[in-house]
Design a protein around this ligand. Structure first.
Ligand SMILES: Nc1ncnc2c1ncn2[C@@H]1O[C@H](COP(=O)(O)OP(=O)(O)OP(=O)(O)O)[C@@H](O)[C@H]1O
Ligand SMILES: [Mg+2]
Length: 307
């Protein structure tokens, strides 16, 4: 796998001494979608701003396509498109003009065909002569993506691309992002919608208090961290766990009718057979059993809780 962005020992301390990034090390691979997950104030936007040269880094190194973002700022910046968290526009400009203008800012020659294809890909072609103010919020966000891609960058940063976007448009946006990946763009997105990360990302990085707590392939993360719970419905009211069952660390449900047992589905021995046998010996009568599996959201909450 080819590394496209290399971050080493990155620290960012704002003027008020706020440590926003604390020794971040991260490699981003060409062609992947990586999702940065973390609560408000975790440092996601700061990380993006540092990579894009929008805010200065305190110490450490960042390279994009081999170009140092400080020493080779212009070259590095050319490889990057960014859709910022906050929408900002020239409200009275036409869509096509604002996108063409963004391209010019990078010193790229005009390319009508490229821009036409880009606008078509983002379903904006029929809106190209509308002024931005007249577009809906979701369409405005697409214009921002078009602007970010106007100079043909290799990497696209999307800082909360679907915040405040309705369900329909969000799904549409996910398609658009996947298509961009298929056309070879590397994508880094931040999101508060875990479902979005679960659907879109190849890898997930969890960030909190300026530190990367964990980074892994999404599937590994879910396999490795997900827990299963066996819910055992019984016929009796359980007030206390029998001594013989203590070793299973069972929980009693609120209505006192069910027992809950956490196990790891990836282990060879889940302990379920032994548990059910032991329960039988105690005389408790079983009515039904059921399992439930934790999803990425619960995994995420668990990771932050343990931090
Ligand atoms: N210009 C600034 N000056 C001082 N502190 C800042 C500045 N920008 C951000 N911070 C602080 O740095 C920390 C990280 O902020 P950042 O915006 O990177 O978080 P975030 O993960 O993007 O949060 P959100 O999910 O709310 O967008 C926060 O404590 C924030 O208050
Ligand atoms: Mg942010």
């Amino acid at each position: 796998m080819q590394t496209i962005i290399e971050i080493k020992n990155l620290r960012k301390i704002y003027q008020d001494n706020k440590v926003a990034l604390d020794d971040v090390n991260l490699n981003i691979f060409k062609g992947e979608i990586i999702a940065l997950l973390g609560p408000n104030g975790a440092g996601k936007t700061t990380l993006i701003s540092n990579i894009c040269g929008i805010s200065s880094i305190t110490s450490g190194d960042i390279k994009v396509n081999g170009f140092d973002v400080v020493d080779n700022y212009r070259e590095a910046r050319k490889c990057i498109g960014i859709v910022p968290q906050e929408l900002s526009f020239e409200p009275f400009e036409k869509v096509i003009n604002t996108v063409n203008f963004s391209r010019q800012l990078f010193g790229k020659k005009p390319d009508e065909k490229y821009i036409e294809n880009l606008l078509k890909k983002l379903s904006l072609w029929d809106k190209k002569d509308q002024i931005i103010r007249s577009l809906s919020g979701g369409m405005k966000r697409r214009v921002l993506i078009a602007k970010a891609l106007s100079h043909e960058p290799d990497v696209l940063f999307l800082d909360e691309p679907t915040a405040g976007v309705d369900v329909e448009l969000r799904k549409d946006m996910w398609n658009t992002i996947k298509n961009l990946q298929n056309s070879g763009v590397t994508i880094i997105l931040t999101t508060h919608y875990i479902e979005e990360a679960e659907l879109m990302a190849n890898r997930i990085a969890v960030i909190n208090n300026g530190k990367i707590l964990l980074i892994d392939k999404k599937d590994n993360l879910i396999d490795r961290m997900s827990k299963k719970t066996l819910i055992i419905h019984t016929n009796s009211k359980i007030n206390k766990i029998d001594k013989a069952l203590e070793k299973f660390k069972l929980r009693i449900s609120k209505d006192k009718k069910n027992l809950e047992y956490d196990y790891s589905p990836n282990k060879k021995k889940t302990g379920i057979t032994t548990l059910l046998n032991e329960i039988k010996k105690t005389g408790i009568e079983l009515i039904d059993v059921q399992t439930k599996q934790s999803n990425l959201e619960q995994i995420f909450v668990e990771i932050l809780k343990n931090d």
